[in-house]
Design a protein around this ligand. Structure first.
Ligand SMILES: Nc1ncnc2c1ncn2[C@@H]1O[C@H](COP(=O)(O)OP(=O)(O)OP(=O)(O)O)[C@@H](O)[C@H]1O
Length: 323
């Protein structure tokens, strides 16, 4: 069995008598990329701030590696936990390299920190030499965000909290940085708790998703489970909301699921030719994965290419013809 990295145990949080997190129970596994999704004010930020003790629960407790957060020395706890915010606050008077190596330096980590900074910069597609000595104001928003992520992971903390880190960026930078998070997660096998209000982002990134509303955790599951079996109207509504952004750039498997009127009867895609059972679903996925236009993919269909609604319609028609 996998070890639990973070456990919320009957956590409640009230501000001025108002409950903003209500009996939150959740186990996040080691190495998991867990995404908390929900509308503004649903309590996501407050929930993750309780992990690194920027807030403390009113009642209940949070355990990190089976130890209550309150039992840790605060600094030691925070060293275990990288933190990335929407508005990355890079230190304006420090160079890119100094920003990246700040935490390893404070922790007096051994090793060649300059080299570490160069390697990390290469990892995120920024040529180390060009960027090394620049100051934050000489970077674009997307580049600053990259450096913020590097700063959070430079000392390889086993847990990283990311609070809407990309919501201020343009769609292309956002997609690039989402890919970066996926790649870094694969490489480092760390535990990531990622907060977003964007369900598409959640579906792209998550091993598992938790959906919050008004301080309650409504449903937790793997993306496919949530898409297939939304527990409440609200969860279903949330998915519909992201369909409205069109299926362009929607992962293949998700795009196909969205076209199933049994699950999403009132989506804009309803009325399209549909796959009605799982064997057809797999068949379609295989078919699509061999098409160049779709630019796919992982053979088990988990990590997918992206396709336009037109292609979904076209291929769904085709497969229905021979299914
Ligand atoms: N320090 C605070 N004092 C009083 N109320 C607070 C405080 N922090 C958060 N709240 C309230 O708690 C509720 C949940 O806020 P929180 O920031 O956790 O939500 P969120 O889901 O992260 O929303 P957003 O996406 O807008 O950041 C909100 O109603 C907010 O006004």
């Amino acid at each position: 069995m996998m070890a639990t990295a973070i456990k919320f145990d009957h956590v409640k949080k009230a501000f001025n008598g108002k409950l903003v997190v209500n009996d939150f129970n959740l186990d996040i596994q080691q190495g998991e990329l867990f995404v908390l999704v929900g509308n503004s004010g649903s309590g996501k930020t407050t929930s993750i701030k309780m992990i690194n003790r920027l807030e403390d629960p009113s009642t209940g407790q949070i355990l990190v590696n089976d130890v209550p957060t309150t039992a840790y020395d605060l600094q030691k706890l925070r060293w275990k936990i990288g933190y990335v915010l929407q508005q990355i606050a890079l230190f304006p008077n420090m160079t890119v390299a100094q920003n990246i190596t700040l935490i390893p330096e404070i922790k007096k980590e051994q090793g060649d920190l300059k080299r570490l900074a160069k390697e990390l910069l290469q990892d995120v597609g920024l040529n180390g030499k060009d960027y090394f000595d620049r100051y934050p104001h000489e970077l674009s928003g997307g580049e600053q965000q990259r450096i913020g992520i590097l700063r959070a992971i430079a000392s390889k903390p086993p847990i990283v909290l990311m609070d809407e880190p990309f919501s201020a960026l343009d769609p292309l930078s956002r997609t690039n940085l989402q890919n970066l998070v996926i790649d870094l997660h694969k490489e480092l096998h760390n535990t990531i708790v990622f907060v977003t209000h964007d369900m598409n982002e959640a579906l792209r990134l998550a091993d598992r998703i938790g959906i919050m509303k008004d301080g309650n955790l409504l449903q937790v599951g793997r993306p496919q489970e949530l898409l297939r079996h939304p527990a409440t109207e609200y969860v279903q509504e949330f998915f519909r909301g992201c369909l409205a952004n069109d299926l362009y750039q929607t992962p293949l498997r998700q795009a196909i699921l969205f076209t199933d009127p049994k699950v999403y009867p009132r989506t804009p895609a309803a009325g399209m030719p549909v796959l009605s059972d799982d064997s057809n679903f797999e068949k379609l996925l295989n078919l699509l994965s061999r098409r160049e236009e779709v630019g796919v993919q992982d053979p088990n269909g988990e990590c997918m290419g992206y396709l336009d609604r037109r292609w979904v319609i076209k291929y769904l028609s085709e497969i229905n013809d021979f299914s």
